[in-house]
Structure formats: C-alpha cells, structure tokens
Design a protein around this ligand. Structure first.
Ligand code: NCD
Length: 341
C-alpha cells in the first residue's frame, strides 16, 4: 500500500449541506460548528445517566466502523473507538500495516474498497497528506460510497482534533462571549504540526479572533496557512518571543516538537527553554486564560501546570470522545433521535 508523503491537500469546495467525508476543516461552516458543539454537550450529558447511555447505545447498532490507524495514536484511536461503542457501532481495526494485504502488494485504493465491503465508515490515520482524500475518491468511485473520516493525515490536517479544540475553547469561554474576539497563541513546532494547521482553518469562522504564532523562524506556521488567514480577514502575528505576548493571550495552545518528521537534525536547533510553559509562564497568564495542548506532551509543558484550573488539556482530551460521538451522530443523520436536553 502506498504511504508516501503526498503533497498537501488543495482547497476543497465549501460547505456541503450535510456531513459525509470529514477530510479538511475548510469545508465546515459556523452553523455546522455550532451544531456540533451543541450536540457534543447533549451527548456528553446524556451519557452520564444509565438511561441516557442506553438511548445512545440504540442509535447505531446496525453500523460498523473500520479504524485504520497505521500511524501511532493513543487518544484519537481510543476516543474514536469508544465513541463508536457509545453509539452501539461495532469496530474492527488495522493498526499495523504488516498484518494487512498491503504487504502482498495490494494497492491503497483496493485496500480501502475492501474495508468498505465490510463497514459503514472508515476512520483513518496515515502518514501521507493526501491519503484520506484519496480514500474518499476511491470509495466515491465504487458502489459503496461510505464516509471517510480523516483522523490525522501526515503533517497536513487533523480535522477532528480541531473540532474538539473548538469545543474546548467554546466551553472555556462559555461565560465570556465564546471564541469571538479572543486572542489565541499557538506555540511550538507550528510548521510540522497538523493540529494547529487545522485549528487555524476553523478560526476563520469566529469574527474578531486574533492569532499569535509563537515559534523560532525555522518552525513557524507555513505560508499556505497565512494566505488562508489573510484571504479570510483573520488578524494574526508571528513572534519568536513568548515573553512579549503572553500577558495579552486569552488562550495558549501548546504543541510538541514533531521529531518524527526530521530528515536531518532539524529538531536539535529547537530551544525548549524559550518555548516551554511552566510555573513562571503560568504566573504571567491572565487569571481567566486557558492552556490547551493536543497531547502527547514533551518538555514544552511542565506537569506541574496540570494542577492549575486554567490547564484544560485533560478535559480537552476527554472532550475528543464526546465530539467524535457527535460527529458520528451527524454523519449518520440520527441527531433527531436524541431526546431534547
Ligand atoms: C496530535 C497528532 O497526532 O497530530 N495528537 C493527537 O491526535 N492528539 C498531536 C501530536 O502528536 O503532536
């Protein structure tokens, strides 16, 4: 199977009426984001009671999902797996490509078509930037066009992570007017990390946001993201100094150094002392500011920060499961079967 690093995805067409493939966050509208956030809260609350959990279980027992995760994953895999089970969806998985027929030389498209013979949705993480889109094209051309969910495509996109990040930010700013108008800092390996790329795309849906990209020049956010932000009128700035911008931030989104993409010694030049967050940075964050991280963390985030109420990354991780439940509910169109709040 082909897992080469394909070039980054071209801009998709905007806003299909209903959710089907989830490949690139740019197609999502504000109305869809708001609806997904609302659904996430509803399923999260519903699942707390035995009767509510049982209602969720009855929504999709006739569906099966394939978790095709051939790149390392803990949170995304577990949260999707559990999200499926919460809805009664049965799952099968391939996590190690050496156990599938790709070692016999089966093409990527044929493998995807094979998965689609047995399941109703494919949730996939792979190392090539365009592979989720290629999988969608393969199933669209077949007689069983099932939805493909991109659970992380190379260095390019991670749309469902961006959705749970949006939900976490909306929850954090619930009593302060939501995400609109907030100043959000992104720090770390912004060039090679897909989470910030996807979240930056979704930020175009929130008027008045200001984004601050904090990284050494060699790890700064890429030009394609900056062009997209400019084209959509989102205010942003770049800096190599956390110190200067920290007191003005409403949220800081930390990311780890993506060493797995090194071709030489690139990561060796990254100075963790300048781009890390610990007790002294916490002391300079606004009293109502929040700290996010997609996790896993590296030395950029001191575990002592965890105890501060402004650290929301463990909640963010858990929100991922509820947002993925909501997404599956929407994709399969069973939202009207949920009881009102
Ligand atoms: C992220 C990813 O895989 O891109 N992890 C995740 O899905 N929560 C972030 C990372 O690995 O740095």
């Amino acid at each position: 199977m082909q897992t080469a690093n394909l070039s980054r995805a071209p801009a998709p067409e905007r806003a299909p009426a209903r959710l089907f493939h989830i490949l690139d966050p740019r197609v999502l509208t504000r109305a869809q984001l708001d609806e997904l956030c609302d659904l996430t809260t509803r399923v999260r609350i519903l699942a707390k009671s035995r009767i509510g959990a049982r209602i969720l279980q009855t929504l999709l027992p006739h569906k099966r999902a394939m978790l095709y995760f051939v790149q390392p994953s803990t949170r995304t895999f577990m949260s999707f797996n559990n999200a499926c089970h919460i809805l009664g969806i049965r799952t099968s998985e391939i996590r190690d490509p050496s156990t599938s027929s790709e070692v016999k030389g089966e093409s990527f498209d044929d493998s995807i078509r094979t998965f689609s013979s047995y399941v109703d949705v494919i949730i996939m993480r792979a190392s090539g930037a365009g592979l989720a889109a290629q999988a969608a094209a393969a199933v669209d051309a077949s007689r069983r066009p099932i939805p493909i969910i991109n659970a992380g495509s190379g260095q390019d996109q991670h749309p469902t992570q961006a959705l749970l990040d949006i939900y976490t930010l909306e929850r954090s700013f619930e009593h302060r007017g939501g995400i609109e108008g907030k100043t959000i800092g992104f720090m770390g390996d912004l060039r090679r990390g897909r989470t910030v790329r996807s979240l930056a795309y979704l930020m175009t849906n929130y008027p008045g946001v200001r984004l601050v990209f904090i990284a050494p020049a060699a790890f700064q956010i890429s030009d394609d993201i900056k062009s997209h932000l400019r084209a959509n009128g989102v205010e942003f700035s770049e800096t190599d100094s956390l110190h200067e911008v920290l007191p003005g931030l409403d949220a800081i989104y930390l990311t780890r150094l993506q060493t797995e993409w090194d071709v030489g010694e690139e990561s060796a030049s990254f100075d963790h002392r300048r781009y890390s967050f610990g007790p002294s940075e916490l002391g300079r964050l606004k009293p109502e500011g929040v700290v996010l991280h997609p996790l896993p963390r590296g030395p950029e985030l001191d575990p002592s920060v965890d105890a501060d109420p402004r650290a929301v990354y463990w909640r963010q991780e858990r929100n991922g499961m509820w947002m993925r439940v909501a997404l599956l509910v929407k994709i399969f169109g069973v939202e009207d079967e949920l009881p009102e709040r």
